[in-house]
Design a protein around this ligand. Sequence first.
Ligand SMILES: [Zn+2]
Length: 503
Amino acid sequence: MQNSDLNRREFVKITAAAGAALALPAAGQNGVAQAPAPSSSKMIGIQVGAISFVDEGTEKVLDILQERACVNTLFLAVFTYGRGIAGRQIPGYPLPDHGKQEYDLKYHGGNFATPHPKYYKNTVIQPEHAPDHGNLDILAEVLPAAKKRGMKVICWMEDVFRTDLPNIEKVQEKDLYGRNMETLCVNNPNYLNFFTGLVEDFASSYDIDGIMWGSERQGALSDSLGATHDTPPIDPGNVTCFCEFCMKKAKERGINPDRAKQGFLELEKFVRAARSGKRPSDGYYVQFWRILLRYPEIAAWEMSFTDSLRETYAALYKTVKNVKPEVPVGWHIWHNTSFNPIYRAEQDWQELSKYSDFIKVVMYNNCGGERFALYVDNIGSTLYGDLTKQQLTDFTNEVMGYKESSYKQLPSTGLPADYVYSETRRALEGIAGTKTQIWSGLDIDIPTEPGNSKRTPQSVKDAVVAAFRAGAPGIILSRKYSEMRLANLGGAGDAIRELKLSS
Ligand SMILES: [Zn+2]
């Protein structure tokens, strides 16, 4: 690993540039700015959903977050239909030691604040108030309580939808065979218009301190190869998107959609054969290159998706800035950036900095070991079918700049805190010279399978220390307070007090 010894001069340069961009000063009661508390020099954030405030009481949750983890910024899950950032613990995993001790099996999701219809006129997606907590508007509930304490509230949302929503089929992606998928198409105007409406609604209707949006997806090439830690990986026949909007966009970019489809059909055959253990006569790696060289359109299709997602970021950024220029806007970047080199290549921090006040880079080190091994399982059964799992682990460590690790032990050990340090450094170096801040995304009790690495207060503390020692101007404790154990949350506070980042 590089940079295990911090170059002091570089450290000062990076942290000064990052700190100047987004100071997030604390506003006191009655709107009078207070002298910033020592903790305000670093952004100490946590992702939290509406259910926790409902279950435990708003003031009590804020007390716990401040006392246990010195939190000064809430990333409030205001829009999602998914369970990763909202709702209680995912059914089947142990409930934490706070909140209601039962699973919310009827979780629905939606907009946990109050959607104002005038912002959603140019989309067929209905702006649905999440029915989970009656008429509760979580922003109206939490904003005043947080502001009284000088805490910031950043609206946190992702592009995860249900399949039973009105009109949703008109916005869903089409796979290689024209079948609807659960994911929505980034090139469908209804998608963009929904999210620009949503962020305009939040920025206009509430006195918020920022917007963070995330989309955990990649293009069809990576998806076809199974270049991800997701289980099971996407079926190579289900890669996306081949809807009318994507075909039109491809043509405008000079990509022949029919050639792209043919290429993905060839890739589908390759992946199916590889997963059933049928080795091509020249080996998996060579055969893949034979297809890619014959059909470069499959790489162009991948980049077309990436550019479309970037255009979404840029449009959301512009929309918020038009309403309230002072509201910071940034993105949650998926954990796959730690594993899949193709996806990492697509996360070009300099390019993203043009429309990002901050970027949350996911570097969850506890569940990271399990996820690394899953990535190796997935891609090791296609592109790298000729490598052993350990060889592929070594290769990934080398090209991604990580320390040696054992494929067999990764799930039970997790990734070391040093990974958080090197990932934070890498992101800071990548963003250097821009005004964009890097906030390290750290996991506390994201569920792992039985027998696999579990968080301890010490391992949380080590991760937080590593992020700040690397020069991060902020951290985001993830994925949601409702899955975190209090003692482990306390590990974050221990680190922050030890580093004297809080009074
Ligand atoms: Zn499409």
